[in-house]
Ligand binder design. Structure first.
Ligand code: ADP
Length: 259
């Protein structure tokens, strides 16, 4: 039985094809058309597996662009899908910290993939991947290089909470000759502190998984663990948690659109 989960995020679109214990995925930029990105991810996933749409028993869409997908059987919120996917990546996880391109969220779960409570920031870029992208550009680096550039550096204090002001602050610090690594470490700590504060308002997690594209940044993960006072686990497939959860839910609660 093949099922598919598609997570159309603000920055990347992720699609997972599930068959028994095996799964494969594609990730591509969402660009300016979530609809097109979702469809292309779906077609490329099926193409790579040598399947036709009729071979798939159920497709669930999630992420901010889910409503634009006409070929899915059902749309499910990111919160539900992330909780389910995270549990698959880390059995028994009771807290999911997800930092994506334009939002961050913390989900308390029942340890079996079900949602107990959640908090979300989708109003302010600080504490999201976008913040890191803006700062990386100001420093002439790519987001994928930030963790290495900051490794072992003492974080400088970043006082601005707002992305635009933080960018100016970073440019001033550079002009004053401040070490790049220390600035980046400060930025990592600032992102981690914002998200940890949101987590703490929600409750305590014992088994925490860090998901979303920003989970690839080991510097943010380290500060997050420090702020939460618990190790946060990053699975190699952490960016795929939402799409994986959608594919799992499509298998567990199959739906098929009429017509
Ligand atoms: P969304 O689901 O909102 O589209 P993602 O969960 O895919 O977002 O996360 C996108 C963010 O992940 C980017 O804004 C960027 O900050 C971060 N990111 C992506 N790739 C990497 C990488 N290789 N290293 C560090 N950070 C990354």
């Amino acid at each position: 039985m093949f099922t598919v989960g598609i997570d159309v995020g603000s920055v990347t679109t992720k699609a997972v094809l599930l068959n028994g214990r095996e799964w494969r995925h594609v990730v591509r930029p969402t660009g300016c058309s979530p609809r097109q990105a979702g469809l292309e991810a779906f077609e490329s996933l099926l193409g790579e597996a040598g399947l036709a749409q009729g071979d798939v028993s159920s497709v669930i869409g999630t992420g901010y662009g889910r409503i634009s997908l006409s070929f899915i059987d059902k749309a499910v919120t990111e919160i539900t899908c992330h909780a389910r996917g995270a549990h698959h990546l880390l059995a028994g996880a009771d807290m999911v910290v997800d930092i994506g391109g334009q939002d961050s969220k913390v989900i308390l779960t029942d340890g079996r993939g079900g949602v107990v409570n959640f908090a979300m920031n989708d109003k302010c870029a600080a504490g999201t991947g976008r913040f890191l992208e803006v700062i990386a550009t100001a420093l002439g680096a790519d987001v994928s290089e930030l963790a290495d550039l900051a490794r072992g550096a003492e974080p400088v204090n970043i006082s601005s909470m707002c992305t635009v002001f933080a960018e100016s602050e970073v440019i001033s610090l550079l002009a004053q000759g401040m070490d790049k690594g220390r600035i980046i470490a400060g930025i990592h700590r600032s992102v981690a502190c914002r998200v940890a504060a949101m987590a703490e308002r929600l409750g305590k997690g014992e088994r925490i998984i860090f998901t979303g594209g920003v989970a690839k940044n080991d510097g943010v993960r380290e500060f997050l663990s420090r702020e939460l006072g618990r190790e946060t686990v990053v699975a190699p497939e952490s960016q795929l948690a939402g799409a994986l959860g959608a594919a799992l839910l499509a298998r567990e609660k199959p739906v098929r659109k009429e017509g």
